[in-house]
Each structure stands twice: as C-alpha cells, then as structure tokens.
Design a binder for this molecule. Structure first.
Ligand SMILES: C[S@@+](CC[C@H](N)C(=O)[O-])C[C@H]1O[C@@H](n2cnc3c(N)ncnc32)[C@H](O)[C@@H]1O
Length: 202
C-alpha cells in the first residue's frame, strides 16, 4: 500500500483521525493490521474492529490492547450487525476492494440516523495523467518483480474519484460534511487519499 500512496500517507491519515471527537459506538471495517485501531478506540466509547481476513484480524488483535475494542470477522458489503447499530463507521483504504454501492448501502443500514461515515478513499484520478501512468507502472512492476503477484482480475475497477464517491454517498442517503485530500508530496506519483466525512440522513 505504501508503494502506491507513499510512506507517510497512512500516518497522515492517522493524524487526521486523531482530530476526530466523540465517535460514540464505532465500527471499523477493513482494519487490516490495526494501523488506525488504537487511535480510533481513544476517540470512541466502544469500537468493533473488523476485517474479512481472519489473518489480518489476528495481527490487529495481537497489537491492540485497548479495553473498549472487540474484534470480529466481517465483510463490509454484507455485515452481520443489526440495523442502526452504530454512531460511526470508519473505513480506510478499503472501499476500492468492494462494490462501492453495496458497501455504502450497508453502511447506511448499520448506522443510526444522524450517524457518521468516515472513508479514506484511494484516489488515483486526482493524479495528473503522466503521474497516474507512472504510478500504475510502479504498482505493476513492484507487484510482479518484488512480490511476484499478478494484478488480480478486475484490478482497480472499483476505484472512485472524490466526485464519484461524493455522488454515490448522496445517492445512498448521506449528507457529505467534508472532503479533504491527504497526500505524501515526496513523489508526484504518490496516490492521494480523500478523507471524506458524511452523515446519514433520514
Ligand atoms: C489496504 S488494507 C487497509 C488496512 C487499514 N484499514 C489501513 O488503513 O491500514 C485493506 C484491508 O481491507 C480488507 N478488506 C478488503 N475487502 C474487504 C471487505 N469486503 N470487507 C472487509 N474487509 C475487507 C483487507 O482484508 C485488508 O485488511
């Protein structure tokens, strides 16, 4: 991930999360190894940290000692939570792995009315065209040469620009409160991340 977005972007996202207040009952989807989980737990009454990979969740569980956190395997497109369960839902660098419309509908279902959805969205469309090309070449080269994995089928097909994400959020019944761009400026081809906050409306 850091090869795509730059080495400091995830820390910048975490710094932005640190500014959040009173997240109430919170669910994190796609927590991965728990990079944001401890900070989130400090901003919430309770936190359910979830990922659909039991392996990722096991790493997160071993790292996070906060008492108000529980861990659970969940797919953010089809979660097992009851309707209107949470004040806040958070997902960082996850939505592009999913079918966004399905995920946003699921977020609307599990949030209380007035609840907040926070999404950190990988946004290659924000790059200038030459930088976008450089970034894809880097991703494919590193994938093949360093990690020896071919891009998965449909790779990149669910990426959303900030505008597309905000439109989908409105269509799904959210009021977009703020959109910020977070980027590691050390290289012009590092992919920016949109930090978007939206409220569920009636
Ligand atoms: C790039 S990692 C991001 C991890 C962490 N949120 C962060 O910002 O460091 C994406 C994570 O999303 C998880 N993921 C992908 N699709 C998912 C889905 N449909 N439901 C839940 N988690 C998913 C993956 O298992 C992985 O841990």
């Amino acid at each position: 991930m850091d090869l795509q977005i730059g080495g400091t972007t995830r820390s910048l996202i975490r710094e932005r999360v640190f500014k959040e207040k009173n997240l109430g009952s919170l669910v994190e989807f796609g927590c991965g190894t728990g990079f944001n989980t401890a900070i989130l737990s400090a901003k919430a009454e309770s936190l359910v940290a979830t990922d659909f990979s039991p392996g990722m969740l096991a790493v997160a569980k071993a790292r996070i000692a906060a008492r108000n956190v529980t861990f659970r395997v969940e797919d953010c497109q089809k979660a097992s939570f009851c309707d209107s369960s949470f004040d806040t839902a958070f997902m960082s660098l996850v939505i592009h792995f999913t079918e966004p419309l399905k995920t946003l509908a699921e977020m609307r279902r599990i949030l209380k009315t007035g609840g907040m959805l926070i999404i950190a969205n990988l946004d290659p469309a924000a790059l200038k065209s030459f930088d976008r090309l450089r970034c894809w070449v880097r991703i494919i080269f590193n994938g093949l040469a360093r990690f020896r994995v071919k891009p998965p089928k449909g790779f990149g097909q669910h990426l959303l620009s900030e505008k597309q994400l905000c439109t989908h959020l409105r269509d799904a019944g959210f009021n977009v409160l703020s959109c910020e761009t977070i980027r590691d400026g050390s290289r012009s081809s590092n992919i920016p991340v949109d930090y978007v906050r939206a409220r569920k409306v009636c």
